[in-house]
Design a protein around this ligand. Structure first.
Ligand SMILES: C[S@@+](CC[C@H](N)C(=O)[O-])C[C@H]1O[C@@H](n2cnc3c(N)ncnc32)[C@H](O)[C@@H]1O
Length: 782
């Protein structure tokens, strides 16, 4: 970056002398924000957030005033103390505070206001954010919190020391001077890493800048001064897998010698490891443009370019580049597997042909799958009545089970990605709810992806961010933008964090995996799936979705005529009250689907009673209750549905299945037969139609259920389990023909929901089939 660019970039920033604020901040003391306590109930959190929002609005109206000056030495001493505590923890590998895992609270969903400061860094630590003390040219010091900075969410204090070395000069765009939630000192808060520019000490920008406390901070470490020295430092980081630090060091070197091709190649490789594909592609292209196509440097650049294209899901161009490399090196098989992978991805993305059993088996070992996106017969269309103004429609008539979308996440986070040594609670001022611990990491990872792939900005920022932001364009996805170079010293993309937080609130998925635990006790997963975010919600939807590993798969749940809106369920809770709570997190006040309409007609008192009874049904001890007790519970639940209402009663389905299980446990042929009756009623309550009631099923098959649509009041796994249970019971009663028919029903349901035929069916239900001792019977008769 030359002086002119930097000056342009920072034109809004005043460097140099500023009037220090020696006066006391205000004649009137301000009201402190309400206090949050760990362990608050959902209602208490909602109340706390309402109070906080009120306080925030009040606080925002206070006219600007000088921030109080805090004694610089005191700030440093406090920071040293915090740092020592963290070092002790890291050393002892134990916990501070109450004796449990350290707990931090962070808040999202509030507007960020802006001002600007050039600052010098004094001592980094990390809690939720990187925390440091900085001083400006006048020697005025503040605590500084840097949120969402790449590579810092799990890193060690040593790595922070390297990243924000003592004495580092930063230019910070749009820092927020934030009122403290604890104590009295305001702190500078930077939410976007792209608002931080690292300024070299010899930068022309600092030519007229005088630091009141002296140009160098005592103990300021000797940073490399030449491109070679920076490169060597970068190589050390690279060898120890510290990719971001390596890229930063190579960037420092390139700032001193921008024509060094080896440096650019090294940085491209570090970017590939970081999945900064835009940066890698840009560096590789620049090298190739300089060296032509002949030497070893060109070969390396070509390979890096091909891998970057693959990472960007540009499989056709990646394939061309790998083939180009292969043509230059006849007999070299090193890129064969890459070529195969490109061809597999092209097949997947063109015709939606996936090897589902293999993907499922792989996902059990490795959540993040190597697979391409596929878009079926659907497109985005303007829908004025929906929040955000868009939705998905079919582009032709579609059949039950047809593949509509397969999508890799933009970013996803699972419990296993969370650091084990801290617990972060994120409070969302927009939805007035607590978010999952995975949500704050999701935001950081989206920021990091944008940091290294700035050309993907619009893919995220054209998602709906709520009514407080301008309506997004009607068309989606946005046209691909050209590759943008990445320089960590001077990020080129603007990330509006408040808007990104809102986008996450409105578009976040909880991508449950078919291949993983049904309930992850530690934390629910969180994912941003950009194109899938175009689907609107209905509890009783005409499409279903699930994930294999991190791959989201959406299929038609019924025949959908051309031009019809396609909806998916954002949640599948049996209780109206639970569904409402989840939909509120998605910023949806009311759902107009058939199930919600019928539930609302049951009236509030019945809904509340049903909700209470559900907790009894969910309780761990329900299976140890007596048969009589569970029968009563089932009847009580049944009584919460108005008798005139149709058969769709999802909580009754659960209750009937519990009674069926209890009957089977008590043994005897009579109870076994009765259990089958209970389970078939349960299926009806989920929305299945028994073939015997429908006359012949439409296709004339022998299935005991009709097969024109998949009921979506619940995930297909619950009814599939019930069908397997019925099959198992018939098998025990030695009625193999009936058992086979119910196994076929479970196979049909699984196949139209998930695809993959018998092979995937046997994998998905392996544990259940083994537990019920019908695995080899199923393998034989299906
Ligand atoms: C993930 S977005 C769905 C796509 C969005 N309609 C758009 O234009 O980008 C979720 C938001 O869409 C709106 N939405 C989803 N389902 C809806 C429904 N059934 N009725 C009205 N608005 C809905 C709500 O504003 C919700 O917060």
């Amino acid at each position: 970056m030359d002086a002119e660019q930097l000056a342009a970039r920072t034109s809004s920033i005043t460097l140099g002398s500023q009037t220090p604020h020696k006066t006391p901040p205000s004649s009137q003391p301000h009201r402190s924000p309400p206090k949050y306590h760990h362990g608050m109930s959902a209602e208490e959190v909602a109340r706390y957030l309402r109070e906080y929002a009120e306080w925030f609005e009040e606080d925002r109206k206070i006219p600007p005033e000088p921030a109080p000056i805090v004694d610089r030495n005191q700030l440093i001493a406090d920071q040293r103390h915090r740092r020592a505590q963290l070092e002790r923890m890291a050393h002892e590998n134990t916990r501070v505070g109450t004796g449990g895992i350290p707990f931090y609270m962070t808040m999202v969903g509030f507007p960020k206001h802006s001002s600007s400061k050039p600052v010098q860094n004094l001592h980094p630590t990390r809690m939720v954010a990187v925390q440091s003390v900085v001083e400006d040219t006048e020697g005025i010091a503040h605590d500084l919190s840097i949120y969402n900075f790449p590579s810092t969410s799990h890193c060690s204090l040593g790595q922070l020391d390297t990243l924000f070395s003592l004495g580092t000069i930063l230019v910070i765009r749009e820092p927020t001077l934030k009122a403290p939630t604890q104590g009295t000192r305001p702190l500078l808060r930077v939410d976007s890493p792209t608002d931080i520019i690292f300024v070299a000490r010899n930068s022309p920008l600092l030519r007229n800048v005088k630091w009141k406390t002296g140009a160098d901070i005592q103990t300021y470490p000797t940073l490399p001064r030449t491109a070679d020295a920076w490169q060597q430092r970068g190589n050390v980081y690279f060898k120890s897998s510290q990719w971001f630090l390596a890229a930063l060091a190579y960037s420092h070197a390139l700032a001193l010698d921008s024509s060094a091709l080896a440096l650019r190649l090294n940085r491209a490789e570090a970017y590939l490891r970081l999945q900064y594909y835009s940066g890698a592609l840009s560096d590789a292209q620049e090298v190739l443009a300089k060296v032509g196509a002949s030497d070893a440097v060109a070969d390396k650049a070509l390979l890096r370019l091909a891998k970057a294209r693959y990472g960007r899901q540009e499989y056709g161009m990646a394939l061309d580049s790998f083939i180009c490399f292969q043509d230059k090196h006849v007999g070299d098989s090193s890129v064969d597997s890459w070529i195969d992978r490109c061809r597999d991805r092209l097949r997947e993305s063109y015709i939606g042909s996936y090897d589902w059993p293999s993907l499922f088996a792989t996902a059990r070992r490795k959540i993040r799958l190597d697979a391409a996106n596929f878009r079926g017969p659907i497109q985005v269309q303007s829908m004025k009545q929906r929040g955000g103004g868009r939705g998905i429609v079919t582009t032709r008539d579609v059949q039950t089970g047809e593949l509509l979308l397969v999508a890799k996440p933009y970013v996803s986070v699972y419990a296993s990605d969370l650091p084990g040594n801290q617990y972060i609670v994120t409070l969302d001022l927009l939805s007035k709810t607590t978010r999952e611990p995975t949500d704050s990491l999701l935001l950081s990872r989206i920021v990091e992806k944008l940091y290294g792939n700035p050309d993907l900005h619009n893919e995220v920022f054209h998602l709906y961010a709520g009514p407080a932001y301008p309506r997004p364009p009607v068309t989606y996805p946005p046209a691909p933008s050209t590759t943008i170079a990445v320089d960590p010293l001077n990020p080129r993309v603007d990330i509006d964090i408040a808007r990104l937080e809102a986008i996450c609130t409105y578009n976040n998925f909880c991508p449950f995996r078919l291949d993983g635990p049904r309930i992850d006790k530690q934390a629910k997963p969180a994912g941003l799936y950009t194109f899938a975010s175009m689907f609107n919600h209905a509890c009783i939807a005409n499409a279903t979705w699930y994930c294999i590993g991190d791959l989201m798969v959406i299929r038609a749940a019924e025949p959908i005529p051309l031009g019809t809106e396609v909806t998916i369920p954002y949640c599948v809770e049996e209780s109206y009250i639970d569904r409402q709570a989840i939909l509120r997190k998605h910023m949806l006040d009311k759902c107009d689907c058939r199930l919600c309409e019928e539930d609302r007609r049951d009236g509030e008192a019945r809904l509340r009673r049903r909700h209470e009874l559900k907790s009894r049904l969910d309780a761990d001890g329900v299976m140890s209750a007596s048969l009589a007790e569970v029968r009563t519970l089932e009847q009580d639940i049944s009584a919460t549905y108005v008798p005139t209402r149709g058969s769709l009663r999802p909580l009754s389905a659960l209750a009937l299945h519990v009674v069926a299980e209890k009957l089977r446990m008590s043994g005897g042929a009579r109870h076994m037969r009765e259990s089958i009756q209970y389970d078939t009623r349960a299926l009806e309550c989920y929305g299945f139609v028994l073939a015997r009631d429908a006359g012949r099923s439409p296709t004339g098959s022998k299935l005991p259920i009709t097969n024109d649509r998949i009921p979506t009041a619940t995930s297909f796994m619950e009814p599939a389990d019930i069908m397997l249970r019925i099959a198992c019971t018939y098998y025990m009663l030695r009625e193999e023909a009936n058992a086979t028919n119910w196994l076929k029903a479970a196979l049909w349901l699984t196949d139209v929901s998930v695809g993959g035929g018998k092979e995937l069916f046997m994998l998905i239900h392996e544990e259940t089939l083994v537990r019920m001792d019908i695995q080899s019977f199923a393998a034989r008769v299906l």
